[in-house]
Design a protein around this ligand. Structure first.
Ligand SMILES: [Zn+2]
Length: 343
């Protein structure tokens, strides 16, 4: 016999009011709500508790590639906290910059070498980062807290298993006692990376995009919701109702969990915070992370977000693409989406 309790928590979730659910009826109300909602998310995620520090960005290596240079950089994001990242420097800059936070299963190399996309005139797919760099974008691929070169000693090592691992559980367990969370730390770091991006002379002000798959989509969603410098965002495999996908599926990685989240807002409300800026949501029809109700649990959230775009008559800025696969990157139309909205 088992006396488990996740279903009881689901009922509790159903009976809990989300204090910052989107319900504005005018663009002015939306903006007022967005500001209050952002303050609340900054509070509960602990972003507000991160400590500013001089970034001291330094380039350690540069490697010439076809159409761009691949540079290895370090950036201080808090006292004693160092974030390594790759910067792809285009030979012919177009004025835009794109951040690609990675998901679970590796570090920044997955952002540079993975997320393949088709390109016109080529038979084989190429990594999105390289494609964007050849288009002229600066591309920034950081290690997230607890991943890649930022793994704690419990997960450090060169074996395939170790490299795919992360220290999110350990970091959450430490952070929560400070009123912080892994996503709060990760988003703070991405905000510092945007600060850095704005110092690149060839980058036009405001021409900043962010693209991520899975855990990278998670970071992209939070960053775009909280930082209006993100003009175009792509979240793949991470946009669904929290009840089915995070409460009921409580075996997801610890980084998905933020104190007071269930009484604050759902994911569609976070999408509404991004309006009227460009947002592309990519979903896999067979993605198990959509929850037991499948795409219905995604559509309910995209409909919430769409209502916010409608207040600005900018419904076409929110794109929802569904592919036939599972929890995988598809990438169709992402390059065009970024060029259209950032160039
Ligand atoms: Zn995680």
């Amino acid at each position: 016999m088992y006396y488990d309790e996740i279903e009881a928590f689901c009922k509790k979730y159903d009976n809990t009011k989300r204090e910052y659910a989107f319900c504005a009826e005018t663009a002015a109300q939306h903006e007022e709500w967005r500001q209050r909602a952002a303050q609340r998310l900054m509070e509960i995620s602990g972003i507000r508790r991160c400590e500013p520090v001089e970034g001291n960005a330094r380039r350690l290596e540069s490697l010439a590639e076809n159409g761009y240079a691949k540079e290895y950089w370090l950036l201080d994001t808090e006292p004693g906290i160092v974030m390594p990242f790759y910067l792809l420097r285009p030979d012919k800059p177009n004025g835009g910059v794109v951040l690609i936070p990675h998901g679970h299963g590796g570090g920044k190399e997955a952002s540079v070498d993975g997320m393949l996309v088709s390109t016109a005139g080529a038979d084989v797919k190429a990594p999105l980062a390289a494609v964007l760099a050849r288009d002229g974008f600066f591309v920034l691929c950081p290690d997230e807290r607890g991943s890649g070169e930022r793994r704690e000693r419990f997960q450090q090592g060169d074996s395939e298993g170790a490299r795919r691992g992360n220290s999110h559980r350990e970091l959450l367990q430490i952070a929560v006692g400070f009123g912080q969370s892994v996503i709060g730390l990760a988003v703070w770091d991405l905000m510092r990376l945007v600060d850095f991006a704005e110092t690149i002379p060839e980058v036009r002000k405001g021409a900043v995009g962010c693209v991520g798959m899975s855990g990278g989509g998670f970071q992209t969603l939070w960053l775009a919701a909280l930082d209006r410098r993100i003009r175009a965002a792509v979240t793949s495999g991470y946009f669904y109702g929290m009840r089915d996908s995070l409460v009921r599926m409580a075996n997801n990685c610890a980084c998905n969990y933020v104190p007071f989240m269930w009484e604050t807002m759902d994911m569609g409300d976070m999408g509404a915070m991004i309006a009227p800026r460009a947002l592309l949501i990519e979903s896999g029809r067979e993605d198990p992370l959509n929850g037991h109700r499948g795409l219905e649990n995604v559509r309910e959230q995209t409909e919430t977000a769409l209502k916010a775009y409608a207040l600005y008559h900018e419904e076409n800025k929110l794109i929802h693409k569904v592919h036939s696969g599972g929890h995988v990157w598809n990438g169709e139309g992402v390059e065009e989406f970024l060029i259209k909205n950032l160039c």
